[in-house]
Design a protein around this ligand. Sequence first.
Ligand SMILES: Nc1ncnc2c1ncn2[C@@H]1O[C@H](COP(=O)(O)OP(=O)(O)OP(=O)(O)O)[C@@H](O)[C@H]1O
Length: 251
Amino acid sequence: MSDVAAFTARAAAAPAQMAPLLPLRVRGLTLLRGATTVLDGLDLDLGRTGCTVVMGANGAGKTLLLKLLHGLIQPTAGQIDWQGQDTAAVTRRQALVFQTPVLLRRSAAGNLDFVLKARGKDRGRTATLLDHVGLAHKAQQPARLLSGGEAQRLALARALAIDPEVLFLDEPTASLDPASVLTIERIVQAARDRGVRIVFVTHDTGQARRLADDVVFLHGGRVAEHAAAADFFPAPRHPAARNYIDGKIVI
Ligand SMILES: Nc1ncnc2c1ncn2[C@@H]1O[C@H](COP(=O)(O)OP(=O)(O)OP(=O)(O)O)[C@@H](O)[C@H]1O
């Protein structure tokens, strides 16, 4: 078995004895920030597999929704039900990649060694993970000297190192060149194809069309529309979603 095939098989096999996290059921999710009601009784259901793309105007609450689902912040009201599992356990079985990668002041390999050791995983996987994201030749380079696209690929490798069942990505390609964007998309699609549940925030409608199995469109603190990608892109039903896809200003 090749290194990449071994990596893929191990990732897919990860949580055999654990109860599943999905499907996800969110009801009445409300979040106040200062005087602003960011989320206002949001309901959402996510199925077991695939890639959900979350879209919506600036300030619609996409980042805060990801942080809530991942257990990094607590809602003001409402329920997030990952099959009844405890929040701390849920967070450990998921990973979140931010728009701006947060990396340790170590080499590229050192960043992966660290997370593998912290999670009790096989540190021998560092080379395979670096290879998987096309960074084998940068293993010993300090992470702070990586380009934006390389740093984002390393952040993605670090997220994959924990064998997440759910991978949240918050505009991970927002400032990358087209080749780096496609590289990140290929890695995300490969993860999706081996069963990692993907929730991906993007403003890039081309990217959303390439990646999405289904689309969640946020507006007014709620899910204005949740539809299969094949139905959403040709004919969004909600007026705000239609304007957004048509490139009109949405307030
Ligand atoms: N700590 C805070 N105090 C007050 N308002 C906040 C705070 N954090 C976030 N907000 C507001 O909550 C709203 C939602 O923020 P969020 O970052 O989730 O938006 P977003 O949909 O990800 O936007 P973008 O597309 O610009 O990244 C914004 O109006 C933001 O200004």
